[in-house]
Write a protein that binds this ligand. Sequence first.
Ligand SMILES: O=C(CO)[C@H](O)[C@H](O)COP(=O)(O)O
Ligand SMILES: [Fe+2]
Length: 220
Amino acid sequence: MYILAPSVLAADFGKLAEDTAKAREGGASYLHLDVMDGAFVPSISFGMPVIASLRGYTDLVFDVHMMVEDPGRYVESIRAAGADIITVHQEACTHLDRVIGQIKASGAKAGVALNPATPVSTLECVLDQVDMVLVMSVNPGFGGQKFIPYTLDKVRALRQYFDRKGLSTDIQVDGGVNRDTIRPLIEAGANVLVAGSAVFGGDVKANVETFMNIFKEYER
Ligand SMILES: O=C(CO)[C@H](O)[C@H](O)COP(=O)(O)O
Ligand SMILES: [Fe+2]
């Protein structure tokens, strides 16, 4: 029911495949891949070649978070590189409906992300079409930032909406997720939790296991 998506942004890039294998050993089923273009967000991370290369080393679900301007330009190539879920920012798409259609046509699951200061109401017209909504709980661009508490209200509002509609749409939260912030997030209705520094800082397998044990508290 609950899914941990370790974000490789905090991994040792010289040992990506190794760190990914450790996360899988601990029980993770997703791998969160942060693509940054230096325009939508200040930093530049990695793109298709790195994702395609890593695809050869793991069967984890590739959950690609596109922090790029006009992400519609890259949907097909990110899918071809191995993405299973492609999440685009509402703020980066002039034609969001078209991009969601493009992602679905590619065969990937479609996610839409919101920056902390972007209200849930901006997704009103597309909420019934997406497989996942990503609530950013830090301003995107860097790992290791502090969780922004008001984003919990957005998670609650989304879960209420999906429950009312009888939809089992995933709600993902990304940014500052750790063993202190994860319980309020689950209680607010999040079911896909991204964690970068809390997974890849230290013993990766043990860190993932800690999250898995917290999930068990809620799955009983
Ligand atoms: O999208 C992201 C940053 O924009 C990352 O997924 C996120 O920051 C994960 O890192 P941490 O868990 O250390 O906050
Ligand atoms: Fe992310």
